[in-house]
Design a protein around this ligand. Structure first.
Ligand SMILES: *Cc1c(COP(=O)(O)O)cnc(C)c1O
Length: 428
């Protein structure tokens, strides 16, 4: 490309910033952008699945399951991995293993997927919803401490979208009040806090491998722990009471009286798929972070949008979604539906967050079955709903040019915020 062509291209690009596509200008991306396909597939995994099929060792804590669970635990600096059916029964089993039950309160963030709270209901305890920090959108440790009562027995900290809960602060709260700490890492596969894997900081770390998660086998989950006793109890809960070293059909010493056990097993097919993906997780997260950095750089001189804060001590940030937050006037005056329309017209369709659990259409618990700390959670109810624009994690696997285009779309909309705000007033 000659200098002249380069200049012309630059001019064409900057002229894009003049008129919004929504108002008749030309869009930043002529064709709507699309994310890469998810989940990834490859021939090596297909071959391994075929080998496993022919081996007939499809379940019952088979070698493939053990190999994956051990590798996943080691990758996250935990000594035990208990591979399970999904990332909800992992939470339920972690609570049950720590004897959390009826009469107990469990602190959970208001902003999370329902499963975090449902697991608390499944063991007969009461979720207490606490607000999240406006920067990371993860559980606010000070608000969590303020919500502790004599009935509180555990905290579930969720590392959400592209943020991590402040693990040191929340661990201090748990310790001060003698509470169990569970990390819900369904969004944070491969993430590291201060150089150490997430899921290894709390008493138990819970992960999900459902279709949309960063490591996926359609369904699946795992509990990580460094506590031998908890590992044994969780294993028995998932495997109808058997201990890990017992052969199916030959029970040795049974589970302790009162430990209700289930069939919460996953299959070896899932383990094979996940084990292959685990090899690439560090590089995947590095690519995700590089894309985030490019998008952030495009916005560095444009006030209006900011990216959800990483964990304060994140040394390798994981992502479920990349969240952009409108955080400055005049962008804050533009209603979300208009911003969605403006972004889409430039070629980018974005989504939002779950919103607070207790407002979710699928959360049908009677109001006396849970408690909302302070009566309301403004960040989870308002900021995280009205001001957030999310891209699912496969978007973070685009090339550098597409990443710049995404950044430019947000920048163009932010630069036109004043106009959009008056447009909104006219429409109203
Ligand atoms: C997906 C998810 C879960 C539950 O995982 P499933 O495997 O779908 O049961 C739990 N917590 C959070 C935050 C999640 O996003």
């Amino acid at each position: 490309m000659t200098v002249f062509e380069n200049l012309t291209k630059e001019c064409a690009m900057s002229s894009n910033f003049e008129t919004l596509a929504m108002l008749g200008g030309s869009p930043v991306s002529p064709a709507p952008l699309v994310p890469p396909n998810w989940p990834p597939v490859d021939e090596t995994t297909a071959d391994r699945l075929r080998d496993l099929y022919l081996s007939r060792q499809w379940s019952f804590h088979s070698p493939a399951e053990r190999a994956f669970a051990d590798a996943y635990a080691a990758h996250h600096d935990a000594s035990h991995g208990i591979f399970m059916a999904n990332g909800t029964v992992t939470l339920e089993s972690a609570l049950a293993a720590m004897k959390v039950g009826p009469g107990d309160e469990v602190i959970v963030p208001a902003l999370t997927w329902m499963a975090t709270a449902m697991a608390v209901h499944y063991v007969g305890a009461t979720p207490v919803f606490v607000d999240v920090e406006p920067t990371t959108l993860c559980l606010d440790p000070a608000a969590a401490e303020a919500a502790v009562t004599p009935r509180t027995s555990a905290i579930i900290a969720v590392h959400l979208y592209g943020g991590m809960t402040d693990l040191e602060a929340i661990a201090r709260v748990a310790k001060r009040h003698g509470l169990a700490l569970i990390e819900d890492c369904a969004h944070m596969q491969g993430g590291k806090w201060a150089g150490r894997g997430v899921g290894s900081w709390g008493d138990v770390g819970s992960f999900s491998f459902q279709q949309s998660k960063t490591l996926s086998s359609g369904e699946g989950g795992i509990c990580l722990t460094n506590d031998d006793r908890l590992a044994e109890r969780i294993f028995r809960i998932k495997h109808i009471g058997y201990a890990a070293d017992e052969q199916q059909g030959v029970p040795g010493v049974g589970p302790g009286v009162g430990l209700v056990c289930h069939n919460y097993r996953a299959t070896a097919f899932q383990a094979v798929i996940l084990h292959e993906q685990l090899h690439g997780i560090d590089n995947r997260l590095k690519r995700y972070n590089a894309t985030r950095d490019i998008i952030e750089a495009e916005l560095s001189n444009v006030p209006g949008f900011r990216v959800q804060s990483r964990g304060r001590q994140a040394t390798l940030q994981g992502y479920y979604n990349l969240l952009m937050l409108a955080d400055q006037e005049p962008l804050l005056d533009v209603p979300r539906p208009i911003l969605l329309e403006a972004l889409a017209a430039e070629g980018l369709r974005v989504g939002g967050t779950y919103g607070p659990v207790y407002r979710h259409a699928l959360y049908n618990l009677p109001i006396n079955a849970y408690r909302v700390a302070e009566g309301r959670c403004p960040v989870s109810e308002e900021t995280a709903v009205d001001r957030v624009f999310g891209l699912s994690h496969p978007w973070l696997d685009v090339d550098a040019e597409t990443a710049r285009t995404i950044g430019r779309i947000f920048a163009k909309v932010a630069l036109n915020a004043e106009l959009l705000a008056s447009h909104a007033v006219q429409k109203a």
